[in-house]
Design a protein around this ligand. Structure first.
Ligand code: ATP
Ligand code: MG
Length: 347
């Protein structure tokens, strides 16, 4: 076996190979099929005899006919050497068959022709399209759930604060009044305890309400909410934090403010849980039509391959970024640690 030997190629049974090929093979000359193998014909539900001698135009879908003929003549005239594309054929039963074709210029019986190979990709494309549709539907669903979750958080936060907080304050006032009237040391002790417990419950309700939807976000804006959270985070975890915020951030729409803030919160939670960092930098900047939020820590760094099954933090951050038309990059920091960067349009 020596490919340099002149008889080597002439001995290869090309005809048998072409006839048995699982890919469709064709030769077209003067717009007519001069040869097709069994597979090519079968893709459209024909036998080779039903195709050979027929004009290619009758098998091509009207949507794509002009484009296919243009490509065909470009190859015939040597303007295009070979092309790779997906064409729409009409089968014998009238159904659309999508064929991935790779064809090139050849000489056949002394005249220009196009020889090519094709495979039926109808099912693959249908699966791809179905997948794309499901992905889009899932993204829509995620955005919808997120919107409802955000609305409910806001509603619970307000009800907890206004209704429950109001009731507890009335209770505290009543307990104070009782405390003033009781004259036995034992009852005074009990009412004092009750007053303290009521105050603690008021503080807890306020805290839960703030966690659900920080009032500072609605009243003072994103910058103030970030400053406040960073100060608490720095104190609680003894992490050195630097914040740098562009004034323009205050012009973000409420939807973008909420998404940015939730991404910021999850990034901080992740740093506290996983990073083992001693320094964190948060920068929010605006440039022209766009804004970005960059959060960098100097911790152990993120290994994106080792994400725990069931962890949804990163996924939900990305989804939130996508829902506001932005992108989220998560990866290693320049020197060490982890860098997260949200980028989106201001409006
Ligand atoms: N700042 C960081 N430094 C180091 N590793 C990180 C950092 N942020 C995330 N990770 C890693 O990426 C993984 C995925 O993060 P993700 O937020 O998706 O999940 P999680 O925090 O483990 O769980 P949850 O679903 O509760 O958020 C984490 O388990 C952690 O290993
Ligand atoms: Mg997380």
């Amino acid at each position: 076996m020596n490919p340099d030997d002149k008889t080597f190629y002439s001995d290869i049974p090309f005809q048998a190979i072409v006839e048995q090929s699982l890919a469709g093979i064709y030769i077209i000359q003067d717009e007519k099929f001069m040869y097709v193998n069994e597979t090519w014909a079968k893709m459209a539900g024909y036998t080779p005899d039903e195709i050979v001698g027929k004009n290619m135009r009758q098998f091509i879908h009207a949507d794509i006919l002009e484009e296919v003929m243009d490509r065909y003549y470009k190859r015939i005239h040597g303007e295009l050497k070979s092309v790779h594309f997906i064409t729409k054929a009409i089968s014998k039963s009238g159904a659309i068959v999508r064929i991935e074709v790779h064809g090139s210029y050849v000489e056949f019986q002394g005249k220009p022709a196009v020889a090519g190979i094709g495979i039926d990709v109808t099912e693959r494309l249908e699966r791809d399209e179905e997948l794309k549709r499901s992905k889009a539907q899932l993204q829509e669903l995620a955005a919808h759930i997120d919107k409802i979750r955000e609305e409910q958080r806001g509603k619970f936060a307000r009800e907890l604060h206004d209704v429950l907080g109001g009731m507890l304050t009335s209770m505290k006032m009543d307990v104070t009044r009782i405390m003033r009237r009781v004259n036995t040391p034992e009852l005074q002790e009990i009412t004092r305890g009750l007053r303290l417990l009521t105050q603690e419950t008021i503080d807890t309700v306020r805290k839960i309400s703030e966690e659900l939807r920080p009032s500072v976000l609605d009243h003072l804006g994103l910058q103030a909410a970030i400053e406040k959270d960073i100060a608490e985070f720095s104190k609680r975890y003894s992490i050195n934090c630097h914040v740098d915020q562009d004034e323009g951030i205050k012009d973000l729409s409420p939807r973008k403010i909420t998404a940015t803030y939730r991404i910021f919160q999850e990034a901080l939670t992740n740093i506290a849980r996983h990073a083992d960092a001693s320094v964190v930098t948060v920068s929010l900047s605006c440039e022209g039509e766009n804004f970005s939020m960059e959060i960098i820590d100097n911790g152990i760094g993120i290994d994106l391959r080792s994400s725990r099954i069931g962890s949804i933090g990163l996924l939900s951050m990305k989804e939130r970024a996508r829902a506001i038309g932005g992108t989220l990059e998560v990866g290693p920091g320049l020197v060490c640690g982890t860098r997260l960067c949200l980028m989106a349009a201001m409006n």
